[in-house]
Structure formats: C-alpha cells, structure tokens
Design a protein around this ligand. Structure first.
Ligand code: SF4
Length: 615
C-alpha cells in the first residue's frame, strides 16, 4: 500500500498482549483515516452499554492517508473513544512528531483496551511492543514524563504521548499530550487512558512513508504551500488564534462571566495584539505546516514571584480562562494555561467549570464552606489558579468540578443547571451562539457535543456570509455541508487552518488523496466519505443512548438576551432553534426524531452495519 500501512495494532493491557490486524482498501477509502477510521474501529469494538471508564472502552489513536507525507499541515493523529464527559462519541485531534512516529512505526491505528493492574507505559519500537512499569512516572506531568522516557532511551527519534495527574485522577476532561505542548484536549480521552493505568505511549518509528506519485504530490503541495502565504493569513500568523478576542468582542460573541454577557470590558488587556506586544516569546509550527499558528508566550516581566513562564495559549484556552472567569490579567491567564497543561486537563472545560462555580458562588449556591475558604468571585485570579490545582488533584471542590459542569450541576441542584454551559455534557467553547445563529445550530446538534470546529459554521457568521443575527431556511443544509467538510479535514488529516489555501477543496483534496495513496478518489467520493463519517458518528451515538432532547442548548442561551453595542438586546428563541434543528434533520435525510433511516445508510454504503441501524 502507498501512504497507508494497511494494518493496525491491537493492545490488551489486561493480558499484556499485542496483535496486528489488517485494514483493507475499501474501508480506508470509505473512512479515510483519522477521525473517520477511529470512529469506524470504535463502532466495531465498543459494545453498547460500555462505561467510558471501564476496561472495555477502546482508546483509539488513528493516523491518516496524508500523515507522514509532504502534504502541508498533515502531521496529525486523532484520538477516538467513548467520552467520559458525554457518554457518546469522543474525538480529538493533535499534531506533532508523535503523529509521524505512529505512522512510521508501521501502523494506521492503535486500539488499546483492558486495564493494567499496575501503572505501565507502552514502548513501541516498530514491530516490537513492550509493556514497561511506570510506577516512577505516575504522578508526574506529561512533559516531565516525556523527558524522562526520552532521556532514558537516549534516542531523539523516540516520541512520547502521555497523561498528567488529571488523567490519572480520572478528571473527565483530562487530555493526552504529545511533543511537550500539543494536546488531544477535548472530550476526556486522557481520563480513559488513566482508567487503563496507561501513563504513556513511547514510539520509535523508522519506516519511511512512500507515496504513489511523488512528482504530482510535489506539484500539488507546492501550490498549497504557495497559496497558504496569502496576505489574509498575516493576522493569523502574527497574532495566532488570540486574534479572535477583539473580533468576537466587537460582535458580542466573546463569552464573558460564564455567558452572562457577550463582550468583556477587559478584552483589550487580553487581546492577541496585547499578547504579541508584551509577552510573545516565539512562534512555532507543527511539522509540515507553513502557517505556524502556535504562539508561545512568556509572562516573566509581570510575574509576581519572578519565575519564568512560557506556554502555548490559543484563543479557546484564553477565552475560557480569561473573560469566562472575568480575568483580565494576561500573566494570570498564562499561569492558568500552564497549570492546566501540567495537570493534563483541557483548558476549555476547566475554565468553563470554574466559571460555573464562580457564578454559583455569586448566586450564593456555593459559599466559602464549599470552597475551602476561597473567595471564588469572578475576576479573582488567585482563586482561578487554586481551583485548577484542586481539579487536577481532585481535591475539595475540585473533585466536583472534575466531573464537568453537567454532572456538577446535577449533584449541586438548586437550579444550577440553568447556568451549566454545555451541550451533551461537553463544555461550550468561546463563541456566543446568541449573536452567531449558524453556530447555535452547530453547537446544538454537534455529534461530540458543543464545539465550534466540528462544523466550522462559526466561519459563516464571522465573515458575514450570513446575517448572523437572523436564522433562515437553508441553514440546516449549510451546517450539514460544513460538518461533512470538517469530517474530511479531520480524517485526511489536514489542519483546518489550511482551508483557504485550497481553490476548490473537494477536487483538490481528492486529487491529493489519490496521488498519496494510489486509490482513486473523486470529489463526489470524498464528499460522500464526509457524510458517511458523520452518519456513522450519529449511529454510534444512538446505539449508546443519544436522545433527541440532547440536541439542544443550555437554558441561559434561550432565555437571557445578550447585549450588543451597549443598547441592543439579542435573543435566541427556542422556536428559532427548533426550526433550525428541523431544517438540519431534513437536510441530513434523517427522520423528524433525528434518527438515521435504513435508506440513508444504504445510500451511504453502510450496508455492513445495517442490522444495527436505528429506524
Ligand atoms: S495551523 Fe497551527 S495547529 Fe494547524 S498545523 Fe499549523 S501550527 Fe499546527
């Protein structure tokens, strides 16, 4: 096979065994790789009713058709598992050298099941798989774990993905880190890894990836590299994703004080411009990426204890740990991000959970008896840092917040679910859907819960392709198309930041796939693959307990208006949201109950799982 390896590794931590399984052309063409391949393997291997933290829940790392080739921004892998936050499909992407190692070790995927009786780490050296004791690493941060394993190996080719204490302590939004600063962050895959007592996966891969048509691959990629340098990318390169702070603040879509407002009075103090002026240490790029969005910041000049801080901070982390918690001090936000990375917990869910606790404190639902005496007021930076530490250690109030806002509100009661900002259990990202109506639909029906980039519909709102204040018929189809495109990006895998570098994405990406793999792919085949992947996600969710009521938004977003330009009140009504969802189900060809009909599954070539269809 070209580019693909045609096989994956199945590891059982209970029996400490490993075996290789084959992957055929047709399955690879149908599900592409990355999130698509991971979803397919999860569907086959995760029985109905499996608890996400039980040994039977597979933890899947999936490479893709383009990883390891020269295709720009393709050094990536997907992590797919049943999410401990949502109980539904969980998927997350990460980029870096570890992704390349997985492919060069000779595998398109790793499927890990079981639970070790003592902490272990996996040592994968091409065809050799070893189970090594990790007692001495348990309790350490992911970065420290990686350094320790790499220095012991004494070989720079060894790459490590690891969990921190948050994963060991089963924080439901723990992540898996690789390359020191990259994370598969959302939906809690780190907790699943911790539940298996698997501290790390170290890989030394030495087998080069060959492509079907090297000359054509070079020509195609040269065009993409060249177009990626266009002027409109300058802000992205210069400021990174924190560029979005002022943009979203202007349109009242910057969630503030736990979504109580959509604009933050301290926005300028935490803007991308401010960060670039005062704290930027260096800009780094994932392997093969011509864009380099990853900005590392230092806050040493403002740090009270004078210690040096250098950390990655993207818009999602910044908005959750900043305006959501009312924090307008950059140094505190950088420390908070660093602390999350060191505990190995997702910054967005962490910030969101603390914002929920701050509002509960504001309303008198939680008091100092619940917070160990901490004044958990919005804007209190010390309180933010204390809470992050408690969450990572699952101590005090941190143990409740480690469950995520949906469960924390259920346990706390007293109407605190009214300000628990999640869909399907996944904490919402930093885009207020009241002033971004396409995004409202995307968050409500999101197949892994509320997140912005599994549809990229927020782009339609932000670039004014649509009137973001008013919903219209046809948005269901637009959101479906955006979701299917996102599934293609996440499965090929190519970073979505490259989307503007394609002139006509479907035929160009299909061509790229063909020259890499030698497998014929047309634009229509590729579009169908995106649709198939999303339908399979939906079928998985239905099998694992999804209900129509799960496709909805938190009460606050449908009851409370948000202020736009100091005087205009903007609302999102339940009627509007319901109409958008119906429009979306119709566009998808699903029933009015949101189920996938047998005819749709046949149309998408999913006959092999028809017996488990749902309507
Ligand atoms: S745009 Fe950013 S996240 Fe995407 S591949 Fe490049 S550096 Fe990595």
């Amino acid at each position: 096979m070209y580019s693909y390896r045609g096989r994956y590794l199945v590891i059982d931590l209970t029996t400490r065994t490993a075996e290789v399984a084959e992957l055929g052309h047709s399955l690879l063409k149908d599900y592409l790789g990355g999130v698509g391949l991971g979803t397919r393997l999860l569907y086959e291997r995760c029985p109905e009713g499996t608890d996400p933290l039980d040994p039977g829940n597979p933890l899947i790392f999936a490479s893709s058709s383009l990883t390891g080739t020269m295709s720009p921004a393709s050094a990536a892998h997907a992590v797919v598992t049943k999410s401990p936050l949502t109980g539904l499909l969980g998927d997350s992407l990460s980029f870096g050298n570890w992704s390349l190692s997985l492919k060069s070790a000779g595998y398109d995927a790793l499927v890990i099941t079981g639970r070790s009786d003592t902490p272990v780490y996996l040592w994968i050296d091409d065809d050799y798989v070893h189970f090594r004791q990790a007692d001495g690493l348990w309790g350490k941060g992911a970065s420290e774990t990686s350094k320790s394993i790499r220095s012991q190996a004494g070989d720079g080719r060894v790459q490590v993905a690891a969990i921190g204490p948050g994963g060991e302590n089963l924080v439901r939004y723990a992540c898996i880190s690789n390359d020191g600063y990259r994370q598969a962050g959302r939906t809690g895959c780190g907790a699943v890894m911790g539940s298996k007592r698997l501290k790390a996966i170290a890989i030394r891969g030495t087998q080069p990836v060959s492509v079907f048509d090297g000359d054509e691959m070079r020509r195609t990629c040269a065009g993409l590299y060249s177009r990626s340098q266009a002027a409109r990318k300058q802000n992205f390169r210069g400021l990174g994703t924190p560029y979005n702070v002022m943009l979203l603040n202007r349109i009242a879509a910057l969630p503030t004080w736990n979504f109580q407002e959509g604009a933050f009075p301290g926005a300028e103090d935490v803007s991308g411009e401010k960060l670039a002026d005062t704290c930027l240490a260096r800009v780094v790029a994932c392997p093969t990426c011509p864009l380099g969005c990853e900005h590392l910041y230092s806050a040493s000049h403002r740090d009270r204890d004078n210690s040096n801080i250098e950390t990655a901070l993207d818009y999602g982390s910044l908005s959750a740990l900043g305006p959501m918690c009312g924090i307008n001090d950059i140094s505190t936000i950088l420390k908070a991000a660093l602390l999350c990375h060191s505990h190995g917990i997702d910054t967005i869910s962490t910030g969101n959970a603390i914002a929920w606790a701050m509002e509960s404190f504001q309303k008198g639902i939680l008091d100092r008896n619940d917070t160990d005496g901490v004044d958990l007021a919005f804007g209190n930076g010390e309180a933010l840092l204390q809470m992050i530490d408690l969450i990572g250690r699952r101590a005090g109030l941190g143990s409740l917040l480690a469950e995520g806002v949906m469960r924390a509100a259920t346990v706390t009661g007293r109407d605190s679910d009214q300000w628990a900002m999640h869909t399907k259990g996944l904490e919402l990202p930093g885009y207020d859907p009241r002033t971004m109506k396409t995004q409202a639909l995307a968050l409500a029906v999101g197949l892994r819960g509320g997140y912005y980039n599994r549809s990229s519909s927020y782009e339609l709102d932000m670039v004014h392709i649509l009137d973001r204040m008013e919903s219209q018929t046809g948005w269901g189809k637009l959101n479906m198309e955006q979701e299917d495109l996102a599934a293609i990006f996440d499965s090929l895998i190519t970073c979505k930041a490259m989307r503007d570098s394609f002139t006509n994405f479907l035929p160009e990406a299909a061509g790229l796939y063909t020259v890499a793999t030698g497998i014929e792919m047309s634009a229509g085949d590729l579009r169908l693959a995106g649709e198939r992947i999303n339908n399979l996600k939906k079928v998985f969710n239905i099998k694992h307990g999804w209900k129509k009521a799960d496709d909805w938004l938190p009460p606050r977003l449908l009851q409370d208006p948000v202020t736009f330009r100091e005087s205009q009140s903007v609302v999102l009504s339940p009627e509007v949201l319901r109409a958008l969802i119906e429009d979306y189900y119709t566009a998808r060809g699903w029933t009015s109950e949101g189920l996938v009909p047998v005819t749709k599954m046949r149309e998408l070539g999913m006959a092999d799982i028809l017996e488990e269809g749902n309507s």
